[in-house]
Design a protein around this ligand. Structure first.
Ligand code: ATP
Ligand code: MG
Length: 385
């Protein structure tokens, strides 16, 4: 088969200087992992990856979800011969209904006799001569560009063969995070955004059996699985949170329940991260979204952390978050109506301006360290692919 997939990396990878090799290798490994099971070969031709694969459509669908790739193009490989290139370019533009076009040539192989400009001109003239009168050249704003790359072989494609990919940086190149993943809309988006910048994802979910149902837990697993579609696999740690919540409810002031609960979540996420050698913690919080996400709330819940806490949604409106959730395919699962542990024990008037010292005083009524250790040691582990 002479159809191949051309992978164009995100432009940032080109800016990585000496690290570029490391990025390219990681990207290649990630593509290979994603195509596992298909019959494929990755060919590096002067700084570009071409992928030869029997299952073309399936491969395109998978590769466009690989972080670090800006665009995938389905290209036709032909001999490095001007007449053959012209014929293929004509076939390609004739397969579209565009009315204006422009030919763009990139001659990476300088032994090809005709330079880029001359090749574009010759191919453009050939197309004009051999197609309907309705098709014209527009060099400024063409409806369709015909792309020609001359390398060891020549490759031809049009804008119609281009598919936008997810962008970002190769997954796993930028350390790791422990994402607090609830069943809501926000946290899966936060996880996606971290992973898209190359950060390896691990997730922790706080489950309050029997107050939160098995369906709520399954929903979180489903969300982790959707994220694994981008990352290959995701480790999920399910922490039993009931005893902690019950202790807080029994001993602490009602209006401080939420913030104390959130501090426990933070401590457990940090503790798990330490145990598993994970660099950081991430949440789906956005400033001002709810009472516990006021500036004071975020300060107090961060105070008990001993790792960097990343909140990639911090400045985003809910509408923007929903848009990403729809795009990445988590929204429909997130809106399934299964209760979360935070929504079950909500105080009537949660503190919106908590301060560290009074909260610590309240917490001193609990054996914080023991509760956290039990939660960490009894966490259930699931790997989602
Ligand atoms: P989401 O933010 O996922 O849509 P939410 O807005 O209902 O859910 P909040 O109660 O606002 O969640 O919690 C803020 C953040 O705390 C979440 O984005 C998530 O990172 C974390 N979180 C909340 N509940 C849980 C839980 N049960 N398990 C793990 N993390 C949680
Ligand atoms: Mg939220």
């Amino acid at each position: 088969m002479n159809k191949l997939i051309l992978v164009k990396y995100a432009s940032e990878i080109f800016l990585k200087g000496l690290n570029r090799n490391k990025f390219e290798k990681k990207l290649r490994d990630n593509i290979a992992a994603k195509l596992n099971g298909l019959n494929f070969e990755i060919i590096l031709d002067q700084g570009r990856y071409f992928i030869k694969v029997d299952e073309l459509d399936e491969a395109v669908d998978k590769i466009k979800k690989v972080f670090g790739i800006a665009e995938v193009c389905v290209v036709t490989k032909v001999d490095r011969d001007l007449d053959i290139i012209k014929e293929e370019a004509l076939n390609k533009i004739n397969a579209t209904s565009y009315k204006t076009f422009k030919v763009i040539t990139n001659r990476a192989n300088k032994s090809f006799p005709s330079n880029s400009m001359d090749t574009s001109r010759a191919v453009g003239a050939y197309i004009l001569h051999n197609s309907s009168d309705e098709l014209t050249v527009d060099v400024k704003t063409p409806e369709c560009k015909v792309h020609i790359e001359i390398r060891e072989n020549a490759y031809v494609w049009t804008d119609k063969d281009k598919i936008k990919a997810v962008g970002g940086l190769p997954y796993g190149i930028n350390g790791s995070t422990m994402l607090m993943l609830s069943g809501g809309i926000d946290s899966p988006v936060a996880g996606y955004l971290m992973a898209r910048r190359g950060v390896a994802l691990n997730c922790v979910y706080y489950h309050s059996h029997p107050y939160t149902s098995e369906q709520a837990k399954d929903k979180v697993k489903d969300l982790a699985k959707i994220l694994a579609g981008y990352t290959e696999e995701v480790n999920l740690y399910i922490v039993s949170f009931t005893e902690i919540q019950m202790s807080i409810i029994e001993k602490c002031k009602e209006d401080e329940l939420t913030i104390i609960m959130r501090r426990f979540m933070m401590r457990i996420a940090c503790g798990l991260a330490e145990k598993l050698h994970i660099d950081s913690v991430a949440t789906g919080e956005s400033i001002g979204q709810v009472a516990s996400q006021t500036m004071d709330g975020l300060i107090v819940s961060t105070e008990c952390s001993d790792r960097p806490v990343f909140r990639p949604l911090i400045s985003m409106d809910k509408e923007d978050i929903i848009e990403i959730a729809r795009k990445i395919g988590t929204f429909e699962t997130s809106i399934l109506p299964f209760e979360d542990c935070c929504t079950i024990f909500v105080p009537k008037h949660p503190k919106t301006k908590p301060k560290v010292e009074p909260i610590k005083k309240e917490e001193s009524k609990l054996d914080v360290e023991a509760l956290v250790q039990v939660a960490i040691n009894t966490a259930e582990f699931v790997k989602l692919k």
